[in-house]
Write a protein that binds this ligand. Sequence first.
Ligand code: GRF
Length: 206
Amino acid sequence: MRRARLAVLVSGRGTNLQAILDATRDPDYPAEVVVVVSDRPDAYALERARRVGVPAHVVLWSKDPEESGRRLAQVLEAHGAEWVCLAGFLRILDPRFVERYRGRILNIHPSLLPAFGGKGMYGERVHQAVLASGARESGCTVHFVTAEVDAGPVVAQARVPVLPGDTVETLAARVAEQEHRLYPEAIRRVVTGQVRFDDLVAEQRR
Ligand code: GRF
């Protein structure tokens, strides 16, 4: 079986990266991680990659988004990456980069998009907003990345209840558990062609 070549982009602790790396240990999993890239040299996720012998690179973000995107693409190309998985990557990708990898970039977001998404909605802020809204349910979403933040077609979602007495920490932990299950499964569906970007875009337009 030919395995799809993934680049994973990270900025932080990398528990989603870990879930993906764990999934790829199964020889029947249809993808492998060929490179991990962080915009932050101190991201613990880099350590997780190095531990299992996956090349780990830092691409520092400059004020020029186009140039940053070009440098990122150079690293991905050097490793023959075909798909790009954002896993807690906190930079907004330049539209030219997004176009270059059109339909081949995925992101995971810790809410049921379109609810609690968009610019500035990341990390704890998402769970804070969910709790403040009184919503009885939350979850996570894997979606294709398009130029508009958190608005690309949805590949898969998982739901969790919001429980009485939940704090940001307890809700985040419940959602994270689902993220770690959902992301490897969503990657499988996309790289095997079970879910296609163009089909989802056509559906959105209908
Ligand atoms: C996750 O909650 C993910 O949904 C969001 O950023 C967080 C990353 O966590 N995009 P980790 O670095 O994978 O542990």
